[in-house]
Design a protein around this ligand. Sequence first.
Ligand code: ADP
Ligand code: MG
Length: 393
Amino acid sequence: MNIHEYQAKALFEKFGVPVPKGVAAKSPLEFEAALAQLPDAPVVVKSQIHAGGRGKGTFTDGFKGGVKFAKTKTDALDYANKMFGNTLVTAQTGAAGRKVQTVYFTQASDIKKEYYLAILLDRASSRPVIVASTEGGVEIEKVAHDTPEKIFKIVIDPAYGLADFQIRDLIARLGFAGNEAKNAAKLIRSLYACYWETDAAMIEVNPLITTPTGEVLALDAKVSFDSNALYRHPEIIALRDLNEEDPKEIEASKYALSYIALDGNIACLVNGAGLAMSTMDIIQHFGGSPANFLDVGGGASKDQVVAAFKIILGDPNVKGILVNIFGGIMDCNVIATGIVEAVKEVGLKLPLVVRLEGNNVAAGKATLANSGLTIVSGDTMADAAQKIVKLVA
Ligand code: ADP
Ligand code: MG
């Protein structure tokens, strides 16, 4: 689960990570009151969307920059009105962009230097890792590619936690000295506590900055959490912003379906995550392109299948559907009955290929055959994939 920058910064403050003062507004009616809470000094106006690269982004109406420096509060108000309700396209949003529904006003900081600092789970070592660089602010992927020696990694023993010598090492490698070093050490320790105690999956601060007076501040904040641990953090679940999530994915979660929207035109309905992955692979293998990942689980009910069809058809790009079921726990006839009901209920006009195998498959196939509906049967995965790819071509 992702949260907004303004929420992440509030969380940072709880853990003692210094951030510039800021106020979020969820409606233009709140803009003036929000600005009134900041000192009479330059303000940075920041679009709140769950995607990075906002500073270099462009709105669909041509307005440039999802992060704007405003010399005066009058300018800040003007920028906020241009951003709010407008759709911001960045390198991370995809072409459709994201509608800005919250604006964050933050005190402009005097930047001496920008750094990069992130804490995330390293899957290779199964440990938390701190990734840092003196080359912050710009795209870190580019630094990693062109000058990998400028990126430092510190792997943390989760049983011991972040050790003092590791912090000293990091501080030295980033070139901090004196007051900056002291403040940076404190910030890194607090940020690690935040990562650990909230069960975060990733915390990214880009840029982390120093100021001419020796302060060290988190100027940007991107935080995501491990969804498997959310049950023990109700205060974090409360930060969820459904505006930022695909409505189809929200609907799917209500029916305990694992659905992830993709860019292709062949919708898949599969039981089991592994089979769902290989179904997407085989569609690609035969020259097609999957519209989604959808796992109905090991023991889906008829209602879930009907819900799954409706969700799939909510995607206007879908030109055909491939159902691929291996009945282990699942009774193929339950799926078949669900399919027939769903097709009738939604009045399906698109080509549908179904491949059933396993538990009670004969009854399942009979249900499909006797339904009077145009359902193409696939004998094997390869056969079914080839058929649906041909039908949507
Ligand atoms: P994004 O990464 O989505 O583009 P950032 O919050 O990193 O958004 O903002 C982009 C750039 O804007 C930063 O690299 C920084 O140079 C500048 N910036 C952001 N917040 C402030 C601030 N409070 N004061 C001064 N400059 C800022
Ligand atoms: Mg940034």
